[in-house]
Ligand binder design. Structure first.
Ligand code: ATP
Ligand code: MG
Length: 482
């Protein structure tokens, strides 16, 4: 009887807790990795450590998408990683990570962790958590278990179950279990070209499913940002959120408001710049999830006019991301909030303010309201203000003013913004068309354009306007960009 029990225990112990998938099945050869990722793994393994490419890069390679960057997980401590690579630095206050640089590439190397919160170094800064991760000096070449550095007060949870602090190094298995979705918990070993699959991630990728690891409610409470991530991955990969994973989201959506705004902002930015923002936002809205999850979109998406404008902006951004053109987050946020600014502008004018001061009041009010929830960094709000403040100046199409607007360093962004306004029907296409022509005209033709009254503009009206909105107080641009 005891013998049988023992045999059972031994058999259980021997059962592998993960699948090892050979190259013949997944098809990723090590040459598909970036130079940096390969070198980091080779060097770490050469020094006796474990090292795997993890997270988004493995997922993307399996799906056939080119990874945008590489993360490596290892049982070496950040200090050990730092010592092995000349061009590396330690980052993150709460939880140290190493960044290893190869030319233009930066590989993020994190030490296996237990627990379930985000690895993002920004999170630690955003949450202003104490820099309390004690030095962890695992012995070189020892097994995983020697590296579990549980320590007192290492894990701190708020009343909603959100993990506030989580300072525990762990085993490879624990590292896999604390990741968010099964498709993000695959470990690629470049030396054997095998994929280690701890949570059936391969199956879920095959079935195009976003499935949270563990109990959905508990995992979303630990870190509500995962709800946004679920929507982002579903949209980006064209996957479906598994029913059990999706189920608690609408109930828990409000928990996002407990997350430090800087982190919500980072995750929102990733969602909006994923190249699939329009469908991600649509998905959130269809599920009734934009309330709370996307505070900024709450109001806007409810307004019919705003909706068209925002959708246009999102679709254009997606298009730019997909063809590899640069995208300006400030521009995008300026579009998302424009209809709120317009509404505020109107009501400030009604309350007796002159047009330009009214616009500035509206801009400040809208940004103040958003920073509470979303913490749009100053470097973005400064540019947003400039783009907004230049809009009334497009109305002035005579004298010297068009030239000074053209020479403004924000002209291009402000003009693109004007095109969107025209396309959504907020201003006439004549106006945007005039600027398109004016900007590309020869000097002589520009002169002629100034003299000719523009379509839809009678001279007397222009004169009235000149003494009013457009010229009365030339809107000051926002603070200089960074
Ligand atoms: P992307 O391609 O958009 O960068 P990603 O999956 O690499 O997607 P990252 O934010 O770079 O996303 O995170 C890297 C990995 O860290 C994820 O794949 C996941 O395993 C883990 N991770 C990130 N954020 C969380 C989180 N909030 N909770 C749990 N695990 C997370
Ligand atoms: Mg990544």
């Amino acid at each position: 009887m005891i013998k049988r029990l023992l045999r059972r225990v031994l058999r259980l112990g021997a059962r592998p807790d993960h699948d090892v998938i050979p190259k013949a099945k997944h098809g990723i050869g090590r040459e598909r990795l970036s130079n940096g990722a390969r070198k980091v793994c080779d060097t770490l393994q050469g020094a006796g450590h474990q090292a795997y490419v993890v997270g988004g890069a493995v997922r993307d390679l399996l799906i056939g998408v080119r990874p945008k960057d590489y993360d490596v997980a290892t049982n070496a401590s950040p200090e050990e990683v730092h010592r092995l690579f000349r061009r590396s630095r330690l980052i993150g206050r709460r939880f140290k990570l190493a960044h290893v640089m190869f030319g233009d590439e930066t590989v993020e190397v994190s030490t296996f962790r237990a627990g379930n919160s985000d690895t993002s170094p920004d999170e630690s800064d955003a949450e202003k958590k104490p820099a309390s991760a004690p030095e962890h000096r695992p012995r070189r070449g020892t097994g995983d278990h020697a590296r579990s550095g549980a320590m007192e007060n290492a894990r701190l949870v708020d009343e909603h179950g959100r993990v506030l602090r989580d300072n525990v190094y762990g085993t490879r298995e624990q590292d896999a279990a604390r990741r968010d979705f099964t498709l993000n918990a695959l470990y690629y070993d470049p030396s054997t070209e095998t994929v280690l699959d701890f949570h059936n991630g391969m199956r879920d990728i095959k079935h195009r499913t976003v499935r949270i690891i563990g109990d959905p409610g508990a995992r979303f409470r630990e870190d509500p940002v995962r709800m946004l991530r679920a929507a982002r991955f579903a949209a980006k990969l064209d996957f479906t959120i598994e029913a059990r994973t999706r189920e608690p989201i609408s109930k828990l959506a409000d928990l996002i408001s407990n997350v430090p705004p800087a982190r919500v902002f980072d995750e929102m930015l990733k969602l909006l710049l994923s190249g699939h923002a329009a469908s991600a936002v649509r998905q959130l809205r269809d599920d009734g999830l934009h309330h709370g999850l996307l505070p900024m979109l709450d109001v806007i998406l409810e307004q019919p006019l705003g909706k068209k404008f925002v959708n246009l902006a999102l679709e254009q951004t997606d298009e730019r991301v997909r063809v590899g053109k640069p995208v300006s987050p400030a521009f995008l946020f300026a579009t998302l909030l424009w209809h709120e600014v317009l509404a505020g502008w109107k009501s400030a004018e009604k309350s007796g303010l002159k047009p330009i001061p009214a616009l500035h009041r509206a801009m400040d009010d809208v940004l103040d309201a958003q920073t509470d929830k979303l913490a749009i960094p100053k470097r973005f709000t400064a540019v947003m203000k400039e783009i907004w403040a230049l809009q009334p100046r497009f109305e002035a199409r005579s004298g010297k003013r068009p030239y000074s607007l053209l020479a403004n360093e924000r002209y291009r962004a402000a003009y693109d913004f004007l095109l969107l306004r025209a396309e959504s029907g907020e201003v006439s296409e004549d106006l945007s068309g005039w600027w398109t022509a004016f900007a590309s005209a020869e000097a002589d033709d520009q002169q002629l354009m100034l003299l000719a009254p523009s379509p839809g503009q009678s001279k007397p009206r222009r004169r009235r306007k000149r003494s009013g909105r457009s010229d009365g107080g030339a809107p000051q641009s926002g603070p200089a960009p960074e």
